[in-house]
Design a protein around this ligand. Structure first.
Ligand code: ADE
Ligand code: MN
Length: 597
């Protein structure tokens, strides 16, 4: 258990160190202090640390050095506060909280704000508690938001569990809950839905932060009503005006750079072009899969990217440290290198390229030059969190057949259009031929089938539809039990026998992602925990995921991080159109729509 003593308990000893009456545990000398409070870079600064907290930050800490003090010479390198991810889903990394932390600490991440609504949709409150308890044992600060929308859109999907005001109220009493997870049911808020407002009230009464999710381009009355309802931030903006609107209304604008959501560049223009105050902007990742974590980075990648868009380095760093801490009411615990705060600090020789050369968390050296140097014990998950894929029957090609209306020899079908590097989809229509009473795919025009296979209640139910934009051009099928947010199983394919094979195989292994073609398994990423996560190291999962990506490419896929798009096709709270166990959902009207126009 990695505990951090409260400031009040450590204060007397911090004073002794600052006065030179007692030795520090650690002193870092001669750094350039990235002061996120004043916006300055203060040269020749020393830092003294005791009991995991900063005791002294100033020009000379020699009076705090004792015989057993560990002295680290910064030699003019930048002293950067440990980086914070303001909104993320651990499950999108395909690994557990422990393995996610193991992967991101070397990138300089020392605080994470996680919304475990993914495991909540599969295992309910017990699943949230599993990740909440695991997070408390981490050597970095992993704060948990209580999921607010399980289901994400009542009546439009049937997840494996349901959460409401009672569960939120209970969780608000847990020690590591920082607030409410993203309030995705934005039409419900605008409609004054009692459950949504009850959850928000329970959060506010507990003095905690309400996370938002307003995934709509409508900045009119519905947006104003949403803000009035209480959500305090939002990460679903994609345009400059989205960011400005949120900040003007007193929300924090969370700009995300995930594996496949590139929403920083457009929105940061509100600051760089229009001069909007940056203090209410926060950087986050939302969804990073294991390959991104292992090969590109985590919050260091987001900060570098934000600087590359023209932000002053200190502004980008504020958006990933102090701004985040202030948003969650933690500015006196994390987010800056100042006395009393948790001693989370990065040493870096270049404030723009931000190479992460040393990572200190809670006063302990955790990583050097990109490699973890501290031990983090492996976490074993209980049996109830496994074998969560319940298909109820062996699926066959006929389960994926789409019957045409009687007598039709052509139909006009609604098609989900995926958009590269964006979470939203396009609602398309396509003329499709009918043969033998069955609607045919149109590989020439990149229209293949999509199916949602119900996997929580063993109903054997399959909902079929069409999708476009992946580029698959041979007989193949890709199936995944990571299918935000209800996490049934999404199967995309050009061949119905392959679709059945893919689905049945995932049922056998307890969940994951699989690519099959012409009856052969090309790649498989097993995710035994809730069908969402592996309890293996991120490097191993990333390697398997890379083979999965290459297999998708071998099937003709040309999309960047197509797996991420695949995993969002059931997310009935991001426009324009999604597939659900209730059918096709128009997410601009929040209504079920027919497959044929
Ligand atoms: N951006 C997002 N909004 C809602 N649910 C999600 N699950 C993963 N990413 C999400
Ligand atoms: Mn969201």
């Amino acid at each position: 258990m990695s505990t951090i003593k409260p400031w009040s308990e450590v204060a007397p000893r911090l004073i002794e160190v600052a006065m030179g009456r007692a030795p520090a545990d650690m002193v870092i000398t001669g750094g350039q202090w990235v002061n996120v409070h004043s916006g300055e870079i203060v040269p020749e600064t020393d830092v003294a640390i005791l009991d995991g907290r900063f005791a002294y930050v100033g020009p000379d800490a020699s009076h705090t050095i004792g015989d057993d003090t560990e002295v680290i010479e910064a030699e003019g390198r930048y002293l950067v506060p440990g980086l914070c991810d303001g909104h993320m889903h651990v499950e999108s990394g395909l690994v557990t909280v422990t393995e996610f932390c193991r992967a991101v600490i070397p990138h300089g991440t020392t605080s994470m704000f996680i919304d475990p609504h993914e495991i909540a949709n599969v295992l309910g409150l017990p699943g949230v508690k599993l990740m909440h308890d695991e997070a408390m044992d981490m050597p970095i600060n992993v704060h948990v938001q209580m999921p607010s929308c399980v289901p994400s859109a009542p009546g439009l999907e049937t997840p494996g569990a349901e959460l409401g005001v009672a569960e939120v109220t209970e969780a608000m009493g847990w020690p590591n809950i920082i607030g409410l997870g993203e309030m995705m049911n934005f039409p419900g808020v605008a409609a004054g839905n009692a459950t949504m407002l009850g959850e928000i009230a329970a959060t506010q009464e507990a003095g905690k932060t309400v996370g938002g999710h307003y995934a709509s381009p409508d900045l009119g009355h519905a947006f104003h009503a949403y803000v009035a309802g209480g959500p305090a931030d939002d990460h679903e903006g994609t345009r400059k005006e989205d960011a400005t609107a949120r900040v003007r209304q007193g929300m924090r604008a969370m700009l995300r750079l995930g594996s496949a959501w590139y929403d920083v560049a457009a929105q940061v223009k509100a600051i760089t072009e229009d001069g909007v105050d940056s203090r209410n902007f926060i950087l986050c990742t939302d969804d990073s899969h294991s390959g991104t974590l292992v090969n590109e980075g985590h919050m260091n990648r987001v900060v570098r990217h934000a600087i590359a868009q023209g932000l002053r380095p200190i502004t980008a760093i504020q958006m990933a440290t102090l701004n985040t801490a202030q948003h969650f009411g933690l500015e006196r615990e994390i987010g800056s290198i100042t006395p009393g705060r948790r001693a989370d600090l990065i040493l870096s020789s270049d404030i723009s390229a931000l190479p992460i050369e040393l990572v200190i968390a809670r006063g302990k050296v955790m990583a050097k030059d990109g490699a973890l140097t501290a031990e983090i014990p492996h976490r074993t998950y209980p049996e109830f969190a496994k074998n969560t894929v319940k298909l109820g029957k062996m699926l066959a090609a006929r389960d994926f057949e789409i019957a045409a209306p009687a007598g039709a020899n052509q139909v006009n079908a609604r098609v989900i259009g995926v958009i590269e590097n964006q979470a939203p989809t396009k609602a398309l229509e396509a003329p499709l031929a009918v043969e033998g009473g069955l609607v045919q795919m149109d590989r020439e025009n990149d229209v293949c089938q999509i199916a949602l296979v119900e996997r929580h209640r063993a109903t054997g139910q399959v909902t079929n539809g069409f999708v476009s934009g992946f580029g698959y051009n041979i007989d193949c099928a890709i199936a995944s039990t990571v299918a935000h947010d209800s996490h049934h199983m999404i199967v995309v394919g050009t061949n119905r026998e392959d679709m059945a094979l893919a689905a049945n195989r995932l049922g056998e292994v307890g969940g994951g992602i699989i690519v099959v073609s012409k009856g052969k398994e090309l790649a498989l990423v097993e995710l035994p925990i809730a069908g969402l996560m592996a309890d293996e190291r991120a490097e191993i999962v990333a390697d398997k995921a890379q083979k999965m990506v290459e297999a998708m490419e071998a099937c003709g896929c040309t999309l960047n991080n197509a797996y991420m798009q695949h995993s969002l096709l059931a997310l009935v709270v991001i426009p324009e159109i999604r597939i659900s166990d209730v059918g096709l959902v128009d997410v601009t009207t929040f209504k079920k729509v027919d497959l044929f126009v």
